[in-house]
Design a protein around this ligand. Sequence first.
Ligand code: ATP
Length: 319
Amino acid sequence: IKNIGVFTSGGDAPGMNASLYAIIKAASLKNITITGIWQGYDGMVDASFTHLHPKNLAPHVHQGGTIIKTSRSPRFLTLKGRIKAAKNLKKAKIDALIAIGGDGTFRGLMALKEICDIPTIGIPGTIDNDMMGTDYTLGFDSAVNTAINAIDNIRDTAESHNRIFLVEVMGRDSGYIAINSGLCTAADGILIPESKKDQVLLLNKLQHFKNRESLIIVVAEGDETGAIVMAEKIKAINKKVDVRITILGHIQRGGNPTAFDRLLGIRLGVAALDEVLKGTTNVMAGLLNNKITFTPFEKVVKQHKVQTELKELVELFSR
Ligand code: ATP
């Protein structure tokens, strides 16, 4: 293996640039060429390639996003698109791939394998942290810290008034960001998709809410209703309360990666490079119990990981 194609795909996540930097730096020390593929699978379909040098990445390790850009590529979902991509890889003499992305990205690599037999390794990059085969995905720690900073700011206003603040955080179908940011900000309620009784318990509690204090409720975007409908439900049972909604949205996706995400990106990047050079294929590099592990894509994409460790704390602190 002499020339490895790297790309970022799906949603961007803080730590992707750090991981790219580590791959390129480690590769340059082994005289391996790294070809950057612009904008995920779209760049593969369009033969949009660039040579990457560690100097290109070093100034961006501290930045969120991905300097080689990312995309969701409908064209790569078609066999025609994948055949074109495979031909472009061959023409550019790319003989292995490292992809940073979510489970969709790894499904893409599994589909590519059917028509193009080059080794491929994945690195988990998504703020949602719901991927099997790793305790942490790139970007999760940064997103939680961004959410915490925002909720801390809301807390100042909350303590100055008597209101209910609903703060909606990201995470798609997963409660990871809500659980972690809610616990760290002493939220009075945490609503997550994984719990069926949390809304009922909260609404019972709010029936007797006397408007003499403020409450902060963190709502996962994938929860049964989301913050807007939840606010209506609260007003329906207690007309006197003043409810305010903040939807944090995409501010959680950007921002400088935390030390944890930079190091995770660097560790997984170097490990992925070493492993792909051995010819290992169709696996994702991850961190389990602080040890680098490699999990086959089939296992990674089978189901989403659910946070179980902190659920008892969430129930305890939501009372
Ligand atoms: P995120 O977790 O941020 O959503 P992701 O990698 O899961 O990241 P997706 O949009 O699901 O994001 O997938 C990225 C791209 O991978 C898709 O746009 C598509 O081009 C490709 N892809 C996904 N699933 C398949 C598949 N079954 N076959 C071929 N390509 C796929």
